[in-house]
Design a protein around this ligand. Sequence first.
Ligand code: HEC
Length: 173
Amino acid sequence: MFMRNGLLFLALLTTPILHADESPKLGKPVSQALVKQWNSDIFPDGEGLPTGKGTATYGKKVYQQYCLSCHGIKGTGDSADELAGAKHGLTDNPPDKTIGTYWPYATTIFDFTRRSMPLNNPGSLNNSQLYAVTAYLLFLNGIITEKEIMNAETLPKVIMPNRNGFVSYTVNP
Ligand code: HEC
């Protein structure tokens, strides 16, 4: 009986303190730089694209240093997805989905890479490295030439092979 009362007393004493200003103290405060990195969207028309520029020629070097270890030589895949070099099309079973066969907008390559790649250190590439590696991936997929400059103006103008392969479908209520 005494123990039960004692336990009850302790619980009443500690609960308000925990609620007042104690947190589990997990994790660490998020920096403004990290919030900025995540809170950025690039749209198909190019809205949100930063300054900077790059070609596939430089992008090849960026790729070899930061991407090849997972995505393989010329983007043909290794421990991570293939990014280029589809051997057959989307209508085959199973479909061969790469950036080149599947993605409708080139700007998404920049956005996705800036947000999430390289997987082991996202956010580490500067804008010109990002434009360059995007250009290299487009070049590997046979969509642009090696010398074409990708920047905020040219990237949204790239027409991806599957641009019109998506349909809008509205379900009637
Ligand atoms: C440590 C391994 C690793 C490295 C290094 C890496 N990636 Fe990835 N990447 C992955 C994995 C794993 C996925 C699949 C992630 C998922 O599906 O969510 C992926 C997915 C992608 C995709 C999407 C592919 C698709 O068709 O959905 C792109 C584009 C991409 N990576 C680009 C890059 C670029 C560019 C670099 C270098 C700057 C890079 N990655 C470096 C592991 C890596």
